[in-house]
Design a binder for this molecule. Structure first.
Ligand SMILES: Cc1ncc(COP(=O)(O)O)c(C=O)c1O
Length: 427
């Protein structure tokens, strides 16, 4: 048998190290903090992933929405490689200016409508970080400081209302208000100052508001929590409560913005504009980590001054270059509109399957963010079968198959996906 080169680059990606050895490396040297599906992805392009044996998998996960423009989108790759070759990519202290950070901030701030309109038409300002959870921490700082400085809540007593089944990331402050025991067991002491109520229950929100409440943090559509849409008028009700009680309304759109749910921002479905928002994942086109917290300039200037926040890599040149290119691609290639159109076609086909399937409990979603809840509560059982058939999907909250392909997916690729869903859910 011909000897397999373990180092030589080849058509399949970085190396030809055999899959079994890669599994072994991960088991021996890596933390076991993810349950993995059995595939070693060597190459990713557009909507497709390739393994060493050349087998292709349709990516129906898109890295939890990070790969919205498709893997290795040529315009984003060119921007990033130009920056590396042109020596304007590496991290440099935020103590100096860079043209790419300024350009990225402007692009992001002006992509959004005026946030926090009740604070005036001051424009928006952006605080960049390196990943979703960091920006959620930043938005929490915004609300707490606002509560203290502006509303006179004693420091340490500020409370933020959150929702059961939320998912905002995995660091200590954030897991402190998760309703999933596994996320927080053994990691105490946890961070106080969060009150969780059922998603969609406006009465519960109103009852819990008190003199120490400074804000409400919500996903306009729950993602990891099982892909739930808010009930009609829920977000509008939250907006009214925030205006009435002088609270900051904060949307976490890290997974559902930038086209994923069929609009540039998910909140556009309800025409309810928050005071502040977090974005991440797709904002850098899936090439480098980047996230942001955006708010009304007046609020940003009230809360953040030199020393009150910072991050070595937050807003570093390579991330900004990727961010500028990714936002251009999402806008110029009309990916939100594409997500809405393709999502409509796909959802119709999935509902047809669901109507004939003994396994499906419910189909829900918006744009190319569609959840298929299964009756036995074990979505991964179906995802493993889908993988064998050449399609990558995973679960949301255990019970729901998450369908969230890159937004550049074609009708032909949708048919490929539907064929496989049919095999696994009906045949
Ligand atoms: C709504 C939401 N917020 C925050 C996060 C955390 O983002 P990250 O994993 O980049 O820290 C996620 C991740 O899935 C998310 O879906």
């Amino acid at each position: 048998m011909a000897k397999i080169s373990t180092t030589k680059k080849n058509a399949f990606g970085f190396s030809r190290i055999p899959d079994d050895q890669i599994y072994d490396f991960e088991r021996t040297y890596g933390a076991h903090h993810y349950g993995r599906l059995n595939v070693v992805v060597r190459k990713m392009k557009g909507c497709w992933l390739t393994s060493l044996d050349g087998k292709k998998y349709l990516d129906c996960l898109a890295a939890y929405s990070a790969a919205n423009p498709g893997h290795h989108h040529p315009k984003i790759v060119k921007a990033v490689t130009d920056a590396l070759k042109g020596n304007y990519a590496s991290v440099i202290s935020n103590v100096v200016y860079t043209d790419v950070l300024g350009t990225f901030l402007k692009k992001t701030a002006t992509l959004l409508p005026q946030l926090g309109l009740r604070f005036g038409k001051n424009g928006n300002k952006v605080l960049p970080k390196n990943g979703g959870v960091e920006s959620v921490e930043t938005i929490i700082k915004l609300a707490r400081y606002y509560g203290w400085k502006q509303k006179g809540i004693p420091d340490g007593k500020q409370e933020i209302i959150v929702f059961n089944n939320n998912f905002h990331g995995r660091m200590i402050a954030i897991i402190s208000f998760s309703s999933t025991p596994k996320y927080k067991e053994g990691f105490g002491p946890l961070t106080p100052g969060f009150i969780s109520v059922p998603f969609g229950d406006l009465d519960a929100v109103e009852k819990i508001i008190n003199k120490n409440t400074c804000g409400i943090l919500v996903e306009p559509m729950q993602a990891e929590g099982g892909m739930y849409l808010p009930p009609d008028s829920f977000l509008k009700g939250l907006r009214d409560l925030c205006d009435k009680h002088d609270l900051l309304l904060m949307f976490d759109e890290i997974q559902v913005a930038l086209g994923r749910a069929g609009k540039m921002f998910c909140f556009e479905h309800e025409k309810v504009v928050p005071d502040a928002i977090t974005l991440g994942k797709a904002i850098s086109g899936g090439i480098v980590p980047l996230s942001v917290m955006v708010t009304n300039s007046k609020l940003m200037d009230l809360v953040f001054s030199p020393g009150s926040d910072g991050s070595t890599y937050g807003g570093y040149p390579l991330a900004c270059v990727a961010g500028i290119a990714a936002l251009d691609v999402i806008k110029n290639e009309k990916l939100p509109q594409r997500s809405a159109a393709m999502g409509k076609i796909l959802k119709k086909k999935i509902i047809d399957i669901a109507n004939r399937s003994p396994h499906v409990k419910e189909v829900r979603g918006r744009g190319l963010f569609i959840g298929i809840e299964v009756k036995n509560g074990d979505a991964m059982q179906y995802c493993r079968k889908l993988l064998e058939l050449g399609m990558l999907a995973n679960d949301s909250h255990g019970h729901t198959i998450r369908i969230s392909p890159p937004l550049v997916i074609t009708e032909k690729e949708i048919d490929y996906m539907v064929e496989r869903l049919e095999k696994v859910l009906v045949d």
